[in-house]
Design a protein around this ligand. Structure first.
Ligand code: C5P
Length: 227
């Protein structure tokens, strides 16, 4: 059983979501996909017809968003009000705009408060939670007892994203996906407000040559070690 928070950070296509969800299920813990939160705010921005690089307008939309997240690893519904947006937040329009929206400091501040509430609730209820994102170990839960930073080669990441797109019925090509993954990682790593970077005390895990079971084994080993 997990006590507290496992922070799982890294760039896109490293297998974070699959691993985080499976890990939460195995440990009887909660699961929070913070990328889905940034994607949902981005969808609200696009629906409002706002330019994702317009910080003032993006902030105004973010302040009015009614975002509802589930921490049940078996039921990952993301809602804007009563509207379930799981599929739409994975679409191309949101994927293209999300890095601009997530670079807006006020958006990060609002989502940080929301993430803290969710983490507190899950720790009180289930005892622990696996939180996945870019800045969990550095900015959101810097005192997490276990932080893992997942990496993988650019090729492996593009391949994973492409097969995930195919499995979920989205059209994409390996080249376009590779370009998109590199574009987003560049933006996410270079922004001023809590950029994507490993915490100093994070354990690095290169997933290039590991399957999901292999990654899970390593992380469960770390959970055991730290008791
Ligand atoms: O994890 P996912 O690819 O769904 O994340 C989508 C985007 O959300 C990232 O490219 C990044 O711009 C943003 N994000 C973030 N901080 C997080 C999680 C996601 O800035 N903790």
């Amino acid at each position: 059983e997990l006590r507290g928070v496992i922070a799982l950070d890294g760039p896109s296509g490293t297998g974070k979501s699959t691993v985080a969800r499976r890990l939460a299920t195995l440990l009887g813990a909660g699961y929070l996909d913070t990328g889905a939160m940034f994607r949902a705010v981005t969808l609200a921005v696009l629906r409002a017809g706002v330019d994702p690089t317009d910080e003032v307008e993006v902030t105004r939309v973010a302040e009015g968003v009614d975002l509802r997240m589930s921490t049940d690893p078996a039921d990952q519904d993301v809602r804007l009000g009563d509207d379930t947006v799981n599929a739409e937040i994975r679409g191309q329009a949101v994927t293209l705009a999300v890095s601009a929206v997530s670079a807006v400091p006020r958006v990060r501040e609002l989502l940080k408060l929301h993430q803290w509430r969710i983490v507190d609730e899950a720790c009180a209820g289930r005892g622990g939670i696996v939180v996945e994102g870019r800045d969990i170990g550095t900015a959101i839960v810097p005192d997490a007892p276990l932080k893992v930073f997942l990496t993988a080669s650019a090729d492996a990441r593009a391949r994973r994203r492409t097969s995930q797109d195919a499995a979920e019925g989205r059209k994409s090509t390996l080249d376009a996906t590779r370009a998109d993954v590199e574009r987003r990682d560049g933006l996410d790593s270079s922004r001023a407000a809590s950029p994507l970077r490993p915490a100093e005390d994070a354990v690095w895990l290169d997933t290039t040559d590991l399957d999901v079971e292999g990654v899970l084994d390593r992380i469960l080993g770390l959970v055991d070690e730290r008791g």
